[in-house]
Design a binder for this molecule. Structure first.
Ligand SMILES: [Zn+2]
Length: 193
């Protein structure tokens, strides 16, 4: 049976739980942690631009996927925790979000040419652990479209329900407009921020 302090009501309890929710900055850090492993793919820009020059840059060919590692995950989580207001919680969620990215890569990121790339999880310390899965589907295969669609629906639902969306990363004003449009389209009396 739940025991409450004198004057400590269920709304207090719910309010306290709501205060545990990450604020905008911390949520942004967690979201960015889920995409930051692919920063190592940005080398494609200088590589394409210098392809036909006398000094081609091979940053994409040489360094693509080098940040999909435990070391980088720890660095990202540590930086996230350092910058966040709720340090430990944000750091833990950054770490989880980073690994969700790795899991998704292992499941469904096979190249269009059939190339299956392993994740050298312990690099650069060791190359002994290479994560891959024989059933890995292609990047443009239907499961990825299905998952994307389902996650988009979940994002829209959560934005409608909670009152904020990933748009807040770029602009609070645009986010409010986005949520207002959603709630206008699907009105309810029980929605709370
Ligand atoms: Zn990736």
């Amino acid at each position: 049976m739940l025991q409450f302090e004198p004057g400590y009501t269920l709304p207090h309890r719910m309010g306290r739980r709501r205060n545990c929710q990450l604020e905008r900055r911390d949520r942004t850090l967690v979201t960015l942690s889920a995409v930051v492993p692919d920063v190592d793919g940005l080398g494609i820009i200088p590589e394409v631009l210098t392809r036909n020059t006398s000094h081609p840059v091979l940053w994409f060919s040489q360094y693509h996927h080098v940040l999909h590692t435990l070391c980088f995950a720890v660095a990202v989580a540590a930086l996230g925790g350092f910058v966040a207001r709720q340090s430990w919680k944000t750091a833990a969620l950054c770490f989880v979000a980073f690994h969700l990215h790795l899991l998704e890569d292992v499941l469904g990121s096979r190249g269009p040419d059939g190339d299956q790339w392993p994740i050298f999880y312990l690099a650069p310390i060791s190359s002994s652990v290479a994560l891959s899965w024989g059933g890995q589907w292609a990047l443009n295969a239907w499961p990825n479209f299905l998952i994307t669609f389902a996650l988009l629906l979940a994002t829209l639902y959560l934005a409608w329900r909670k009152g904020f969306s990933p748009v807040e990363i770029f602009s609070i004003r645009a986010d409010h407009a986005f949520v207002s449009a959603l709630r206008c389209r699907f009105p309810t009396k029980q929605v709370g921020r």
